[in-house]
Design a protein around this ligand. Structure first.
Ligand SMILES: Cc1cc2nc3c(=O)[nH]c(=O)nc-3n(C[C@H](O)[C@H](O)[C@H](O)COP(=O)(O)OP(=O)(O)OC[C@H]3O[C@@H](n4cnc5c(N)ncnc54)[C@H](O)[C@@H]3O)c2cc1C
Length: 496
């Protein structure tokens, strides 16, 4: 497989947190084999693997409890390739079909190596989760109802698998595995189980402990870190390596402005306030390259209710620009990146305007009145609607191939136009770019050389969803690549 070309390579050293040098550290206060900075989704999975390998591990967590953003998440994991849950519910899948889908979704910016690595081991990741106590209920939540199970159904579609062109590129299969929960707290159940498993495996954790910088020896190898634990600065020697899992950078507005400016207008930031880029900066301080820093997950949560998919999205010229039934992150990208953040949803009188993103009706009446009210060029919207309705009569959408289930003519006035622009609605967003890592977690420098002793996973890295995002991919990426980074660090030859 071809080596990926890291897009948007963050070289600017002013963003890096300078490393300390071993020769300037008079003595180390603590020694461990593997030091993990950040005890959320990626950190706890890494820690479990290290401890289960019989290797000493210390995790530093800046808060008073572990869990990070992952504990607040919807607890959905994008897993496939033929898991037991998929099989039990009668869905066929394979690593090959999953890979075809991921590469199509992520487009030319796909991280082929990571996608392949993940697809080949995704079934194993599901089994690992179950073995570590994470529950999934054998029940299917149908796509006609949405992408977030209402009860505690374990499996559903959380992406564009049924949408065009994806349904023609790869055999569709539902891959959203949602952790079973009594209420709407699947992330809490997920992390409670993983934190328990880590404790049982013997992981040591220091809370109110902030990793600040790594320590480099004369050869440039990472041999430890400087941290503030309970208000006191400590030097920690890590004999096998330091693993950074502190989350992404959505809460550092300076980093967002510099590296991902296209999401500056999107609110709210999706993640805990600890996602301030500290791990990325620390890794850069050790010479690590940060890649795909412009990538993000932009959610446009306009449905439920699903009936809204029967409407049509139009831009400021009254033109359609995407199939309305694609996943909410592909819709978010289309509006924010390709339409400059300005878009509308046209509904007829049969579709209620109630929606979950807070979009308001900005014009109502005949199509001509709506065009005038929002400044769409005369006939722009009328022509779009005539064309749409002509084929909708036959259940077809030749322009964007929306699924026939969501097609019917929009022919009952008065019409309503919802303003779904970024300045008017919620577009929750988090970052996907970060340190350049191998699939096994080793951090690389700008030339692709491994920085010895430095590992990273989760939103601190550029993971497999780069270029395209579906629900469940962040938690899957964090937990899976956290595990493999933990394994690699545990297997590294220790310092003398
Ligand atoms: C409401 C919500 C719902 C979501 N639902 C889903 C979903 O269902 N599926 C999905 O795939 N994605 C979901 N996401 C996104 C996903 O949860 C996150 O991207 C992912 O969990 C991040 O995991 P992580 O391990 O990289 O970081 P985290 O889980 O945030 O862990 C990082 C940890 O590092 C700690 N830390 C930070 N800096 C330091 C430091 N310097 N020193 C020590 N500790 C530090 C933090 O306190 C934190 O505990 C959701 C996000 C939100 C906000």
């Amino acid at each position: 497989m071809a080596t990926e070309i890291p897009l948007v390579l963050a070289e600017e050293r002013e963003w890096a947190t300078a490393a300390a040098l071993e020769k300037d550290v008079s003595s180390f206060d603590i020694t461990t084999d593997v030091l993990i900075g950040g005890y959320g989704g990626a950190g706890v999975c890494a820690a479990i693997e290290v401890a289960e390998a019989g290797v000493d591990v210390l995790a530093l967590e800046r808060r008073e409890t572990g869990g990070g953003t992952t504990i607040t998440s919807g607890g959905q994991l994008y897993i496939g390739g033929g898991t037991q849950l998929q099989k039990d519910l009668g869905y066929e899948d394979s690593p090959e079909e999953m890979l075809k889908y991921l590469l199509a979704l992520c487009g030319p910016n796909a991280d082929e190596e990571k996608c392949q690595f993940y697809c080949d081991r995704s079934v194993g990741h599901y089994d690992w989760m179950v073995e570590h106590g994470v529950p999934f209920k054998t029940a299917f939540f149908p796509p006609s109802e949405g992408t977030i199970p209402v009860e505690d159904e374990g499996l559903c579609y959380t992406g564009c698998e049924l949408g065009y062109p994806y349904r023609e590129i790869a055999k569709p299969a539902p891959r959203g595995h949602t952790v079973a929960r009594p209420g709407n707290n699947a992330g809490l159940i997920l992390m409670t189980k993983l934190l328990e498993a880590a404790e049982n495996a013997g992981v040591k954790v220091a809370y109110k402990a902030v990793i600040e910088r790594v320590v480099l020896d004369e050869a440039g190898r990472v041999v430890g870190a400087i941290a503030t634990i309970d208000g006191e600065q400590k030097a920690i020697r890590a004999r096998r390596g330091v693993l950074l899992t502190t989350g992404g950078f959505i809460h550092d507005r300076g980093m967002v402005e510099r590296f991902a400016p296209r999401i500056l207008k999107c609110f709210p930031p999706l993640g805990e306030s600890t996602e301030d880029g500290s791990g990325i900066r620390i890794g850069m301080g050790a010479g690590g390259a940060a890649i795909r820093m412009n990538e993000s997950s932009i959610v446009m949560p306009f449905a439920p209710p699903r009936d809204l998919l029967r409407g049509i999205f139009v831009n400021r010229l009254g033109q359609r620009f995407i199939a309305e039934d694609l996943y909410q992150c592909q819709l978010g990208d289309a509006v924010v990146i390709h339409q400059g953040g300005v878009a509308y949803l046209l509904l007829d009188a049969d579709i209620a305007a109630t929606n979950s993103m807070g979009a308001q009706v900005c014009a109502e009446g005949t199509i001509e009145e709506i065009e005038k009210a929002v400044g769409i060029p005369e006939g722009g919207l009328a022509n779009t609607l005539t064309q749409y309705n002509k084929f909708a009569e036959k259940g077809e959408d030749p322009l964007f191939q929306k699924h026939p289930n969501w097609i019917r003519p929009l022919d009952k006035g008065p019409y309503k136009l919802l303003d779904i622009s970024t300045e008017k609605c919620a577009f929750p967003t988090f970052t996907l770019g970060g340190l350049w890592t191998k699939s096994t977690g080793e951090v690389m420098d700008i030339e692709g050389n491994v920085i010895e002793g430095l590992y990273a996973a989760g939103r601190t890295t550029s993971g497999f969803p780069a270029g395209g995002y579906n629900s469940g991919m962040a938690v899957a990426d964090c937990t899976f690549f956290g595990r493999y980074a933990g394994r690699a660090a545990a297997e590294a030859a220790p310092l003398d």
